[in-house]
Design a protein around this ligand. Structure first.
Ligand code: T1G
Length: 676
């Protein structure tokens, strides 16, 4: 008989019900059953005047147990439990620390009072799982915290601080950071015998203009997602109908989302992100190397952005450049970025000074001697990188980790110029490096397990989502981008336009299409820089200085606000190349664009798995969500291929267009299996 995760304590006339269900006190069946039994016991006990519900471990209930979704729900269902708590004839106090999230906040909302420690956060992040609070949260929250804040919390899923919660009336008292248990009991004693305030009994005023304004302000942000609109509709319903009717509406909207493919996709990514942090053949308790000081070589866009990640996490950085003006420019950009964040209220001025104060700019590579990790972020040339790593080998202390930020190149070849290949790996950041969450950690043939584990752990510390990639040209993301770009260029020659191809990708849910992306990153990236050598459309654009947004001209024309518009000059260049090639220009359908630019990405992903260059199909999904903005409601290319598009359809499409289909993709399609 496994012991219950819930226990009952008696403190004179106060009953304290405690959950101890690591790691996050998810409201699994055993927790719900324990809560139900003990609340009933306390209510029936005449010597008890009030009840406290709290949690051991790092946090108050962090929500329903997501691992139970899709399985038969065991009694009591959470909606029943919260109604039962609220109906208690004795006051119930929620004692909150850590994060009261989702069903956890719904339990707290069904309690009659809420006390919290200063560091606590409260939220309903269900929308990030493609869901909505399904245990009365959309009906109680507006009644307790007001319509506007309820809309914001439900539709964005972002948590609020205990302070803000108290200001809104969601928390009744902020208690001592280290005395929650005792302070909650004291508070409970104070409310014994008082009339019991129940959220569901409160009224909430209709605020049609508030709801409409919120819908309008956030329309672009929620484009393509189902859940935000459903959350807004539920909160709106709370302002229009009695509580019970609102709860019925909430339940039907919840079930619609739960059965939908978007929530399945978003829950897939929730677990995939956490799974990606695990390295199958490296024990989770591998001893890590201490990283107290980081060196970054190169103060350009990437070097500066990479440095900011560590500085913002309180890790000192020594940044090296070759020329003083480049060094000054780079550190100047870093300060400007920090000050922009401060101007938006995302950082305090003293945090900006602390970050910049931990930065040591230098022209001398020798100053990296005492760094625990050095990240090279210079020009994408193997020769340049090998020269640098050979020098680092002689400069850096034993045990220092040497990493390259290369986007494509062979880490084993770079490691081969050092006497310490076991300390070498790739850390491929995505631009802008201080913003994009993805970090591809490229494992060399000789990379030591503890080096890999150290960098994976460090990634989480600096707020990145890390995925292990093998050594292959372009690793995972950029390797899958290549067939997409090849086909997109071919489609231009056959009759499609940059606008059409990009529109198909944006409609699919990508933030931008291949040509918009090229203009943003720079059409001239990888260009041979010889304007007399014009072999393709890209060469022709570069030769005319159409290098993308930075030149107000690329595949699109741009105004001073960088608003794109189709370019007659580009169409002329495309027409000239079509005429020269003798290609038959024809109408290209949107479906063909999907089959020839997105299906090949799935095919490449299958090849990457076959070659062992990614640990799991879900890792590939994580790369695309966090590195390229693939819409989380589609779950990433490998999830989409197996849940929305289906593998047989993709194999048929690939074969129709003459692609060689990856063996595992073909086998999985034929057997009804899945890409793992
Ligand atoms: N259910 C099951 N497992 C969970 C879980 C949950 N709600 N939350 C976290 N885990 C696991 C996670 O998979 C990982 O497992 C471990 O706990 C540590 O998580 C009816 C329907 C709480 C802020 O969406 O945001 O309530 O990898 O690495 O960085 O209305 O976890 O160790 O095996 O993230 O310290 C709503 C989701 C659910 C909160 C802690 N709640 N969790 O972050 O640890 S739906 C959420 C988080 C719901 C009701 C609806 C974070 C965290 P493993 P971690 P962390």
């Amino acid at each position: 008989m496994t012991s219950s995760p819930i226990r009952y304590e008696r403190h004179d006339n106060v009953a304290v019900i405690v959950s101890d269900n690591p790691p996050v006190n998810a409201l699994g069946a055993a927790v719900r059953q324990g809560l139900e039994a003990y609340v009933k016991q306390a209510v029936a006990d005449e010597t008890i005047g009030a009840i406290v519900i709290r949690c051991d471990g790092k946090t108050f209930f962090a929500g329903a147990d997501i691992t139970e979704f899709g399985k038969p729900m065991q009694d009591p269902p959470l909606p029943f439990l919260v109604d039962m708590i609220e109906a208690s004839t004795k006051p119930v106090v929620a004692a909150i620390h850590g994060t009261a999230l989702g069903g956890g906040l719904e339990v707290a909302l069904s309690c009659h009072y809420r006390v919290a420690v200063p560091s606590a956060k409260l939220g309903v992040p269900e929308v990030k799982l493609g869901l909505l609070p399904g245990a009365g949260g959309t009906q109680r929250l507006p009644r307790v915290a007001g319509v506007r804040l309820a809309l914001e919390m439900c539709a964005t899923g972002n948590p609020i601080s205990a302070k803000r919660a108290q200001e809104a009336g969601l928390v009744d008292r902020i208690v001592g950071e280290d005395s929650l248990a005792a302070d909650a009991i004291s508070y409970a004693r104070e409310v014994v015998g008082r009339p019991i305030p129940r959220a569901s009994e409160r009224s909430v005023s209709p605020e049609p203009e508030t709801v409409e304004a919120f819908r309008r302000e956030n329309a672009k942000r929620f484009r393509g997602f189902d859940a935000p609109a459903a959350n807004i509709a539920c909160v709106e319903k709370a302002t229009q109908v009695p509580f019970e009717e609102g709860v019925q509406f909430e339940r039907q909207e919840f079930m619609k989302l739960m059965m939908g493919v978007q929530s399945a996709a978003q829950r897939h990514i929730f677990f995939a992100e956490r799974q990606a942090a695990k390295i199958d053949d490296v024990p989770a308790d591998t001893a890590l190397r201490p990283i107290r000081k980081v060196g970054v070589i190169g103060a350009g866009t990437m070097g500066g952005g990479i440095s900011m990640n560590f500085l913002s996490a309180g890790i000192p950085v020594t940044i090296v450049e070759m020329q003083q003006d480049a060094l000054d420019r780079g550190t100047g950009v870093m300060r400007k970025n920090y000050e922009a964040s401060a101007a938006k209220g995302r950082m305090k001025p003293e945090q900006v000074e602390a970050a910049m104060g931990a930065l040591t700019p230098t022209l001398n590579l020798q100053d990296l001697a005492d760094c625990d990790l050095v990240i090279e972020a210079v020009y994408e040339s193997m020769d340049v990188k090998k020269e640098i790593f050979a020098k680092l080998d002689g400069i850096c202390k034993p045990g220092a980790i040497l990493a390259s930020n290369t986007s494509y190149l062979d880490i084993d070849e770079i490691a081969s110029v050092t006497k310490r290949p076991e300390d070498v790996l790739g850390m491929h950041f995505f631009s802008p490096a201080n913003v994009m969450k993805l970090l591809e950690v490229v494992r060399g043939a000789k990379t030591a397990p503890d080096v890999l584990a150290t960098v994976m752990s460090l990634a989480k510390k600096i707020g990145k989502v890390a995925v292990v990639a093998g050594v292959t040209y372009g690793f995972i993301g950029n390797r899958m981008l290549m067939p997409r770009q090849v086909e997109a260029n071919k489609l231009l020659m056959e009759g499609a336009t940059p606008e059409q191809i990009d529109r198909v990708h944006v409609a699919f849910g990508m933030p931008m299409g291949p040509f918009q992306m090229s203009d943003l990153a720079g059409v001239d990236i990888g260009w041979h820089r010889d304007p007399s050598r014009i072999e393709n459309i890209r060469d022709a654009l570069c030769a005319e200085g159409r290098w993308g947004q930075k030149k107000q001209a690329g595949f699109y024309d741009y105004d001073e606000k960088r608003t794109p518009s189709p370019s007659p000059r580009v169409q002329q260049i495309i027409d000239e190349f079509r005429a020269k090639s003798g290609a038959t220009v024809r109408e290209v359908t949107d479906q063909e664009i999907v089959e020839r630019t997105i299906y090949p990405m799935v095919n490449e992903g299958a090849l990457i798995l076959e070659e062992g260059k990614a640990q799991r199909a879900s890792d590939i999904d994580v790369v695309w969500i966090y590195g390229y903005g693939w819409s989380v409601y589609r779950g990433g290319p490998m999830f989409w291929a197996q849940n929305e598009e289906t593998l047989p359809k993709i194999v048929a499409g690939l074969e129709k267009h003459g692609f060689t289909v990856a063996r595992t993709l073909k086998d999985a399609a034929a057997s009804g299996g899945r890409l793992k």
